[in-house]
Each structure stands twice: as C-alpha cells, then as structure tokens.
Design a protein around this ligand. Structure first.
Ligand code: TYC
Length: 104
C-alpha cells in the first residue's frame, strides 16, 4: 500500500511500495521401493497428510505403479517436518520407505 505522509516542514514523503510475496512451496514426495508394505504407506498418508483411506490408497498405488507421487504441498518448514516424521516412522518399523521434498 502506498500512502503519502505530510510532515510539519511540508515535505511529501512516499514510502517505498512493499508487497507480501507468498512463501515458496515444496512438494512432499513418496518414492516406491520393493519392501515397504502397501498398508503401511496408506497409514502414513492418512496419519501425516490428512488423506482419507480412498485418497491414500490411490496415491499409494500411483507411487507403486509410477515410482513416485505427491503427498502434499507445503511451505518449507512444514514440508521438512513431514519428511522427517515419515522417515522416522518408517525406520522405527524397519521399512526402507523414502520421502523427499522438492521446490515447486
Ligand atoms: N511397492 C511396495 C510393495 O509392493 C508398496 C509401496 C508403495 C512402497 C508406495 C513404497 O512409497 C511406496 N509392497
């Protein structure tokens, strides 16, 4: 927003126009592997990405059939947290599931 301010000495100052840029967004991506059970991946998508069982199953099968798939799109810190949560949960269960983030 630009607004002129009149000072006592009658000098008109116009502040530099500032514009809020939206934050950069990152895709959180699941990668396929041959070992992680399908129902575990469906659970991950429901627990960390708010998907219904139907949405989660569709994304899981998409990853299974095409090698990778998008779980969600988030600002950097949220995307990084999701990646860490997914990888930690998978390792706790000895699954090799890989999850990465990519700038949009
Ligand atoms: N390919 C795995 C299987 O046949 C299932 C799977 C799906 C694994 C998605 C990882 O991100 C993944 N059990």
């Amino acid at each position: 927003m630009t607004m002129a301010t009149r000072h006592q000495d009658d000098i008109l100052t116009v502040p530099k126009v500032t514009k809020q840029k939206p934050p950069p967004l990152f895709k959180v991506i699941l990668l396929n592997d041959d070992y992680t059970p399908m129902d575990f991946v469906v659970h991950i998508l429901q627990a960390y990405f708010g998907k219904t069982v139907e949405q989660a199953t569709r994304i899981m099968l998409d990853v299974h059939n095409h090698g990778r798939g998008v779980c969600g799109i988030y600002p950097s810190d949220i995307a990084a947290t999701k990646v860490a949560q997914v990888v930690n949960h998978a390792r706790q269960h000895q699954h090799p599931l890989q999850c990465v983030m990519e700038e949009n």
